[in-house]
Ligand binder design. Structure first.
Ligand code: DON
Length: 319
């Protein structure tokens, strides 16, 4: 097969081969019906389990889209990767390591007990506790300014202006008691720089930003390209921040399944409960996928399979 012939040469295959392999990854997993659509945020339950899109962005700006690669969905936890990058850019490596941490919890993304077991540490910026604490680090500015910094920053990664899905935002704000518990617990440990309610409002807005698989591929390829968006040419973050973000994704981006993911797929990645995944291959590009059927850790099933396939077929994998 095409996959077996592909050896990692340090370069992507030709345009036609990438086009063909992206289409094959889509066709191979389109009918896989494992996994469930998330419903703990009521508005997410409206998603069709059949939606599936795959997008590959090459580091020099060429993009390959298949299926529903242009279908909008809420970014959810994939936002954590890019908000972390913005905060890391502002505060630097040592401060984020000290304030947030870099180790996996081994527990689910919205675990409360992980905070207790670790004496109030949010542990890493990819679980809810760490992401809420990360968003809260943008202190000393107004609530509205904090939000516009995040929206503008994520839009710069995508190369277009991102908008909130008002229904998803309202639905999560009305059902996020667990995240409220996490935010207040962090505050009780002196781990939240801002008011818990305000911080959660911004965190929930960031999670409700609408993106497509195509956007995720561009956002990821900005990280693959040392922090410069390959489409707009804008420098969004520094190469140091890119390195810090990708190592954080490798260790924690797929939650308690991160080790297994790295062992099988060999790429830093981040998932979200609306069904998005972005996987980044430094120097080569990124894959963005969208399919709302999730496994028990909250990671899209078809997305994981399609990325596993492309990782090997395109020689993207680091390991
Ligand atoms: O805070 C939450 O629970 C959601 N806004 C995001 C969670 C999420 O995407 C977990 N990912 N797979």
């Amino acid at each position: 097969s095409v996959v077996d012939q592909q050896v990692s040469t340090g370069q992507l295959p030709t345009w036609e081969e990438v086009e063909e392999l992206t289409a094959l990854a889509y066709a191979e997993y389109r009918d896989l019906d494992e996994g469930e659509v998330a419903d703990y945020i009521p508005a997410l339950a409206h998603a069709s389990p059949d939606w599936f899109g795959v997008s590959v962005a090459e580091v020099h700006g060429r993009i390959h889209d298949v299926g529903e690669a242009r279908h909008p969905f809420s970014i959810q936890s994939v936002s954590k990767a890019f908000v972390f990058a913005l905060v890391c850019e502002e505060f630097g490596h040592d401060v984020v390591r000290e304030r947030i941490g870099a180790n996996n919890t081994g527990l689910s993304f919205n675990s409360v007990i992980a905070i207790e077991l670790n004496e109030g540490s949010p542990m890493n910026p990819m679980v809810n506790a760490g992401a809420i604490a990360t968003t809260g680090m943008l202190a000393g500015i107004s609530h509205e300014r904090q939000w516009s910094r995040i929206r503008e920053g994520l839009s710069a990664f995508a190369g277009r202006e991102l908008e909130v899905d008002a229904e998803v935002y309202a639905s999560e704000m009305a059902s996020n008691q667990r995240n409220q518990a996490i935010a207040y617990l962090l505050q009780s440990y002196g781990r939240l720089n801002r008011d818990p309610h305000e911080t959660l409002d911004v965190y929930t807005r960031q999670c409700s930003l609408l993106v497509t698989g195509h956007d995720l591929a561009i956002m990821g390829s900005t990280l693959a390209n040392g922090g410069v968006n390959p489409i707009t040419g804008e420098r969004v973050v520094s190469p140091d921040t890119t390195r810090d973000t990708l190592s954080m994704l490798a260790g924690n981006g797929m939650y308690e399944r991160s080790g297994e993911w790295l062992f099988e797929i060999g790429l830093p990645a981040k998932s979200g409960v609306a069904g998005g995944i972005v996987a980044v291959s430094p120097g080569k590009g990124a894959v963005g996928t969208f399919s709302p059927r999730l496994d028990r850790a909250g990671n899209s099933v078809r997305g994981q399979r399609a990325i596993a396939y492309l990782s090997r077929a395109l020689g993207l994998n680091l390991f």
